[in-house]
Design a protein around this ligand. Structure first.
Ligand code: NAP
Length: 274
């Protein structure tokens, strides 16, 4: 995939505007990355003009022709969603953010409902809502260069983008960065709980835990130093951090559990593909 040159922002039919679809939608709207678009979702309260909210496929304006149909429903609901919007799908590019579902399975599902589509798969994450996502992306062989570039631009508008050359690598992307924010939020939860359990006022524990996770993330983003160097900068010889890290870095602690967690998530992504 190469760099886009002055491509017009695409019009989208966003199917599913929940946690991930909503994060992308907020990020795209914030930076004007999209032409007038339609959101199909049962729960979204509103979308601002010039965009249009459809509660059911019948609410989609009949003359609306999207450049991309962005599929952001749960993988188990993909088949139903494709059946419902098949009349908008024919001839478009399907941009799926679903875990697991392969390009081939989505192409075949569309074909079962009389629609010919090319498929781009992206695995974003929820910090996309504030323009700080990171997305792995894979374009199927029949996606046109223009659509590839537009898909890349869309995802670049909401953060970093890592193209992968083999579709199966998206399972690992899902395990590391798609699911990854949850691991970091868990760390914030556990730090907060540790403070409260040891007698800190809850609001103090919350401030310290959240500030530490977000501050460390911001420092990582702003610094060119490797993450292990930033860690070592906090760690005085024989000091408090060294004592804590001797627990966390024990071979059967974080090194083992992170490894196990990534394997488990990637295996689940592969299961969803089946
Ligand atoms: N959450 C993440 O951090 C994340 C990250 C990367 C990728 N993903 C992928 O993104 C996809 C969506 O996940 P999510 O967490 O955003 O799920 P979600 O919060 O449940 O959002 C999906 C939304 O789509 C709506 N919907 C489904 N079918 C519809 C239909 N036919 N008509 C109208 N609305 C419909 C759902 O409504 P109902 O609940 O009423 O069906 C829901 O509001 C998944 O495939 C997941 O693998 C998620």
């Amino acid at each position: 995939m190469t760099h886009a040159v002055n491509l017009p922002p695409p019009a989208l039919l966003l199917v599913g505007c929940g946690n991930m679809g909503g994060a992308l939608w907020d990020g795209w709207r914030e930076c004007d990355a999209i032409a007038p678009s339609v959101v199909l979702d049962r729960h979204r309260a509103s979308v601002p003009t010039p965009h249009h909210l459809a509660r059911t496929p019948q609410d989609i304006p009949p003359d609306f022709r999207p450049d991309f149909v962005v599929l952001a429903v749960k993988p188990a609901k993909a088949e139903d969603a494709i059946a419902l919007i098949s009349s908008c799908l024919d001839g478009t590019t399907l941009l799926s953010v679903m875990a697991g579902r392969s390009c081939a399975s989505l192409r075949e599902a569309a074909a079962r409902h009389g629609a010919t589509v090319s498929v781009v798969r992206a695995m974003p994450n929820t910090p996309a809502s504030i323009g700080q996502g990171v997305t792995g992306i894979f374009a199927d062989h029949d996606v046109s260069p223009t659509r590839r570039e537009q898909a890349l631009s869309l995802l670049r508008a909401v953060g970093g983008v890592a193209p992968v050359t083999h579709e199966r690598q998206l399972d690992l992307v899902t395990a590391i960065s798609g699911s990854g924010p949850a691991y970091v939020f868990l760390l914030a939860e556990l730090l907060e709980k540790a403070g409260i359990d040891r007698g800190l006022p809850p609001e103090t524990a919350r401030l310290l835990a959240r500030g530490t996770v977000s501050g460390a993330g911001a420092l990582l983003a702003a610094s060119s130093a490797e993450s292990h160097v930033l860690r070592e900068n906090v760690t005085s010889p024989n000091g408090t951090t060294a004592r804590a890290l001797s627990c966390l870095m024990a071979p059967n602690a974080w090194p083992a559990s992170i490894d196990e967690a990534i394997t488990a998530a990637a295996e689940r992504a592969a299961e969803l593909a089946r």
